[in-house]
Every structure is written in structure tokens, then in C-alpha cells.
Design a protein around this ligand. Sequence first.
Ligand SMILES: [Zn+2]
Length: 248
Amino acid sequence: MTEGVGMAVAGWVVVFVVGFGVGSLVRVVVFRYAVPAGAPPRRECVGCGEVVVAAGGVVRPLSVRGRCRWCGVRVGAAPWVAEVVTGLGFVGAPAVAAPVWTAVVWWWLVPFAVASALVDVSVRRLPDRLVGVAGVGLVVILAGVAVVQGRPGAFARAAAAGVVVGVVHLAMAAVGGMGMGDVKLAVVVGVGLGWAGWSCVLVGTGAAFVLAALWVAVALVTGGPGARVPFGPFLIAGACVGLAAGGA
Ligand SMILES: [Zn+2]
């Protein structure tokens, strides 16, 4: 019994360490894409010009302290956030993944979710590259699973949910108050939640709006910044709530 608990804890620690390591790549991705709209993805430190992402995609890791290794200027995500949140996301994935092998799907999505949320918080936009790669990868993985496990129904439901959630958010973008980056992310979230079940879709997308509304309300009361909140992080947080609560 105790031995079993020890093994489980050891497993979690290993998964967290792997997630923490992937998080250091997330830090580089945030550094690269947290640039104003229209600007090319960043390669060099803004302080000293030291190359972080070389041509050909070779990456020099950034410090977890959120400062340039060479000149000490603040770059990219806040200290420890990318690494710790990705690590926790990796540990949490099996808890929301039912059956447990679908943790692979969420492990694929966690780094993109953390990177997208951090970029959105930083520059109020969701890079197409991040959302696109996450979405295409998700569809490929789910299609493979649907074939291997003979679950065409789940795949069809995921696709349908992606369309429905996308159309709903597109309508809200047309009214205003939501960017096209949010709509694209909503499609990916819809596909992921749709695979898990329609109840997850309902709870997850509803939770995104409830969380965003709460955030704005608190911001209004406390006088903090809240009028123009990025919606991406709420979409992602809502999806986590949907997966944890909806449990199809
Ligand atoms: Zn520097």
C-alpha cells in the first residue's frame, strides 16, 4: 500500500520534471511570439542583441528567472511561471483525462495552452502559428485514436463541437469584443472538449465566460486593469474546468 503510494508520488515527480523541462521551451516560445502585431517573431535579446533563437530553429535556453543570461534585462515570461505552470499542467493531465491514455492528448496541448495564455496576457494577441500547430496536432492525434480504437463517433463529435463553438465565437467577434485569435483558439478548445463529450463542451465554454465576467467585475470593483482583458486565458481555463467537471 505505502509502496504503491510511493511509486505514484515518484511518477508524479517525474512527470512534473518533464513538464518543467518542456516549460523552458515554452519560455522561449513566449519570448519569440510576445511581439506586437505585424512585428516578426523575436530572435535576439532586446537588451544586448544576444541571439536566443538562431536560424534553423536552434534555441539557447532562457533563464527561469525571466532575465537575459547575458545582460540581465527582463525578457519573456515572468520568473518560473512558464516552467512551473507547464509542469503542473503535465501532472494534472491524467486527472482530467478519462480514460487515462488520453493524457497524451492533453500533454500535447498543455505547452501550447501555457504559451498562448502567456503571450495573450503579454501582448493581447494569440499567434496563428501556436494555435494552428496545436489544433492540427490535436486533430491528427484524435483521428489516429479514432481509427485505432474504432471511435468514429467521438471524432465526429469533436469535429462538430469545433464547428459549433467556432461559429458561436465568430458571431460574438462580429458583434465586437472578441478577436479572430480568440475564435481560432475557441475552435481548438471546442474540438478537445467535444472529444470528451457535449457536457464538457457546455461546461467548458460556459465557464470561460463566467470566469472572464468575474475577472472584469473584480477589476471594476478594485479599479485594476480589466476593461480590455485578453480572452484566451479564460478560454483555456474554462476548458480545464469543462474537462474536470464534465467528465463524460
Ligand atoms: Zn540580453
